[in-house]
Design a binder for this molecule. Structure first.
Ligand SMILES: [Zn+2]
Length: 81
């Protein structure tokens, strides 16, 4: 039986098995969070540290994309009714 990989949450240090938690590869860095709560804590720290001039344009783009997606979902719902 293959041993499943274990990860350590970078926020709280908890060990969790592969398939649970959130694992994101960012460049050469592996971001590992045992829970959504730890991931949101990291997101908050990240947003506090990166200057808005750098990140804001990407964030706005994501917001626009999501709005677009939500809008097309609404359209589909309307058509079904
Ligand atoms: Zn954690």
């Amino acid at each position: 039986m293959p041993r499943s990989r274990k990860y350590k949450c970078i926020i709280c240090g908890r060990i969790f098995p592969e398939g649970q938690g959130i694992v994101i590869k960012y460049g050469k860095t592996l971001l590992t969070f045992h829970s959504n709560r730890c991931a949101s804590k990291f997101l908050r720290l990240l947003l506090e540290r990166v200057p808005p001039e750098e990140l804001e344009k990407y964030i706005k783009r994501i917001i626009n994309e999501q709005e677009e997606k939500l809008r097309s979902l609404e359209e589909i719902k309307k058509k079904k009714i």
